[in-house]
Design a protein around this ligand. Sequence first.
Ligand SMILES: [Zn+2]
Length: 124
Amino acid sequence: MNDDGQKPKTWMKILGFFVIGAAIVLIIVAAVDFFTAIADFGIGGRGPRLFWMFFIAFPMLVAGSLLIKLGSARKNIDGAGGNIVHTGSLSEPPNAAPKKCPYCGRLNPSDALACAGCGANLDK
Ligand SMILES: [Zn+2]
């Protein structure tokens, strides 16, 4: 009854895969046509007639991947509050000894790229 909005939109995923599959078929057909047309071109052949398929197929690829993203993104959106922890301060590298500047002797943080005192390059 009230389960819509709760489960991920699998139909979006399925549609996305379908669209991408169709786009890949279009690209293959167009590519085969393109290369056979180029191969024939020297012998008075034809131009690539199906080249327009590329222009349909690439937007389809984008649309399909968007659909898949939307179809599977629901959980991530709901649980985004606790998942994104990107401070880096909790897990400091084990080798966190301060760097002593070889020029002025000032102690700099272990991840410092330049001396805070004299500006010398401390990057390895
Ligand atoms: Zn220095």
